[in-house]
Design a protein around this ligand. Structure first.
Ligand code: DX5
Ligand code: ZN
Length: 218
């Protein structure tokens, strides 16, 4: 299985000090930072977009921004996110009828490609062709839209199915993940772990990061 990567979701951070919060996570052992971009269409909420990401990439040199694009037209934001310093552009399969052309646009801007599925989308919706063209597959373990929701156990078999089909891909889980739910995710084969409230609400975020990483690597 690919190496463990911890990607704290900044949605649970203090947005007024976003760069400092990202730096704190990197010092605490996080490899990536998970940036939840919501457009008010694909999901009801609006969070942040390219101008804010650009500030963070300037403020935190070397940061790897794992951009989770909860947007209705994923093709529309590829250039802006690339210009803002996005390292990985993860779009939702539900938001497009032509995932391969979105992937081409992302590749043309030298970002890594992620393909996400919401809880009601089966893992079989990710075809071999799409998965092979991507770097990472994201299995949502809550309905996209907000942080702090309860982990949906029923999404875990999709992780196991994708790991069996794609032994070398990065497989990310996102939503309600923390020390209480990491065992199931790691056992099913996820290696990229997003956690928002579990990390940012902890007294010692570095301990939570270490626990998540150790569980994936064990
Ligand atoms: C939900 C977002 C998640 C969320 C995770 O729409 O995609 O990244 O912030 O937050 P927690 O870990 O608190 O569920
Ligand atoms: Zn997310």
């Amino acid at each position: 299985m690919p190496r463990a990567i911890i990607s704290p979701s900044v949605l649970a951070s203090d947005f007024g000090q976003l760069s400092a919060e990202c730096t704190r996570m990197i010092k605490g052992g996080a490899e990536w930072l998970h940036m939840d971009v919501m457009d008010g269409h694909f999901v009801p909420n609006i969070t942040m977009g390219a101008p804010i990401l650009a500030c963070v990439s300037k403020g935190v040199p070397g940061i790897f921004m794992d951009c989770h694009m909860m947007v209705a037209q994923p093709e529309k934001w590829v250039n802006d996110i690339a210009d803002a310093g996005g390292a990985l552009y993860c779009f939702h399969l539900e938001a497009t009828t032509d995932p391969l052309s979105v992937i081409k646009l992302i590749r043309a801007r030298n970002m890594k490609v992620g393909v996400a599925i919401s809880p009601d989308t089966p893992s079989t919706a990710i075809t071999d062709e799409v998965a092979n063209a991507a770097d990472m597959l994201l299995v949502m373990t809550v309905y996209p839209g907000r942080g702090g929701q309860k982990f949906l156990d029923r999404c875990v078999p999709k992780v196991a199915d994708l790991r069996a089909r794609f032994p070398d891909k990065d497989i990310e889980v996102d939503g309600g993940v923390g020390p209480n739910t990491i065992d199931a995710c790691a056992h099913a084969g996820s290696n990229v772990i997003v956690a928002g409230t579990a990390i940012f609400n902890a007294t010692n975020p570095e301990d939570v990061i270490a626990t998540l990483k150790a569980t994936v690597n064990s």
